[in-house]
Design a protein around this ligand. Structure first.
Ligand SMILES: [Zn+2]
Length: 130
């Protein structure tokens, strides 16, 4: 079984897959399987750049998330400039950030991120297929 980074994976293997053999992991959630099967997603290789995060209290706990572009902030919400400092690969949870030791770039469709090895292993073989 291949690990998340596809040990032994070679780009020339891509064309060898038929529809029934398209690579996937047995432990994926329906959302992860849907992500690789959704042909409408446009994946672009990008360098991750930190953005602002917002934090707010919910049921006594502080919840932080990425601040969307142009998002208005309520008085109960605190903004941390550059506080959203990483994303995770949606398929293997590899950290994508500019922090030392992390992968600095990956593929994104503007919503989710996928690391380069997962993109090459799971999405490239599906490109151009119905
Ligand atoms: Zn990955």
């Amino acid at each position: 079984m291949l690990n998340a980074y596809g040990a032994g994976w070679r780009m020339c293997d891509v064309k060898a897959y038929s529809m029934a053999e398209l690579p996937k992991e047995g432990w994926w959630t329906p959302e992860q399987l849907g992500l690789v099967q959704d042909r409408s997603r446009q994946w672009i290789l990008r360098s991750f750049e930190p953005s602002d995060s917002v934090a707010f209290l919910l049921a006594g706990q502080t919840i932080a998330r990425k601040r969307e572009l142009g998002e208005a902030v309520s008085p109960e919400t605190s903004v941390t400039p550059g506080g959203w400092d990483h994303e995770h690969c949606s398929l293997c949870w590899q950290k994508i950030s500019q922090l030392p030791g992390d992968k600095g770039c990956g593929y994104t469709d503007g919503r989710d991120w996928v690391c380069r090895p997962c993109y090459e292993r799971f999405i490239v073989p599906r490109l151009g297929k119905p």
